[in-house]
Design a protein around this ligand. Structure first.
Ligand code: SD4
Length: 306
């Protein structure tokens, strides 16, 4: 893997998130400030339909958000099935900093967001509502791996639940401290109440001092089944490089699931305290953004098993 990475995040739009995270660090912010700032970028982006504002809704038309933030000193905060609140990552941070808990869900999470002063707003945009109404015509739940790779766009795949765009971010300082964040609106047109890998510590994100961090994207159920990000970090703890660790877990999922994961995308990123990067996925098409200590960002394609 490449070394010297300071910020690492999923997908090509991660580049803009990395820039915000890097700027926050450069301005003297903490690692938590940085990963939060990065995650907020796609959360507010109306053209990104898998995170925050304008995320595709569940089957019943509700946009519900999942997010987790964590440092390497045991700090963890998460929310799932949060509604009417743009910045799920910031609510997750408040869970970490201002409650005795690590995870709030549903109505309780949404009420906590109101109590904390986060504005109440509808996250469903005319565009995402239109895609949902199109989807209702067939109402088939069929996640499409890397729709962009096949040249499909949301407009051309009304029923195609785009299974990319979740953002997972990992960041480190020169002294090897680390933090991470992950935020998503989850799989498009999911069942009401469905929670994926993203907000679950150990599945969508895991960070361990002195070892490294990992984050995931893709069809969350396949990551949750094996506590994927915790497994990547466990491999690193056992001596694997960041790259070897990502590969080990993807291979494990493929072996465990066999035909059940045909056509399904799952991707992992890993970062060690020295800035070595790992990236691996099931199917071609998973991209990620790496920012180095000089603030230079590169978007790369992850190698894939199939
Ligand atoms: C989920 N892993 O909710 C998320 C979706 C995702 O890119 O990663 N989209 O299953």
């Amino acid at each position: 893997g490449r070394s010297g990475a300071v910020i690492l995040s999923t997908w090509d739009f991660g580049a803009a998130a990395n820039a915000a995270a890097f700027a926050r660090l450069a301005a003297g912010g903490s690692l938590i400030d940085a990963v939060e700032a990065g995650a907020m970028v796609p959360e507010a982006d109306p053209t990104n339909h898998s995170v925050g504002y304008s995320g595709y809704p569940d089957r019943d038309g509700h946009v519900t958000l999942d997010a987790v933030i964590m440092d390497d000193a045991g700090g963890v905060g998460a929310v799932a099935a949060l509604e009417d609140t743009m910045h799920a990552i910031s609510v997750a941070r408040r869970v970490m900093e201002r409650t005795p808990h690590t995870f709030l869900v549903g109505e309780g999470a949404t009420r906590f967001a109101r109590d904390q002063g986060f504005p109440q707003q509808s996250l469903l945009t005319p565009e995402s509502e239109k895609a949902w109404r199109e989807w209702l015509k067939t109402a088939k739940y069929q996640p499409e791996a890397n729709s962009e790779v096949r040249g499909l766009t949301p407009a051309r795949t009304p029923g195609g639940a785009l299974d990319h765009d979740t953002i997972g971010l990992l960041a480190r300082t020169a002294d090897g401290r680390m933090a991470g964040a992950c935020t998503t609106s989850g799989m498009a047109f999911k069942m009401r109440g469905r929670v994926g890998d993203s907000p679950q510590v150990g599945s969508g994100l895991y960070v361990e001092a002195g070892v490294g961090g990992a984050t995931s994207t893709g069809l969350g159920e396949e990551v949750t089944r094996v506590a994927g990000s915790a497994r990547v970090v466990a491999s690193m703890r056992g001596g694997a490089t960041a790259q070897q660790a990502c590969e080990e877990v993807v291979r494990h999922i493929a072996k465990l699931r066999g035909d059940a994961i045909r056509g399904v995308q799952v991707g992992f990123l890993a970062l060690d305290p020295k800035g070595n990067v790992g990236a691996f996925c099931l199917l071609p098409g998973f991209t990620y953004a790496v920012t180095d200590a000089a603030g230079r960002t590169t978007v790369l394609k992850a190698a894939s098993l199939f």
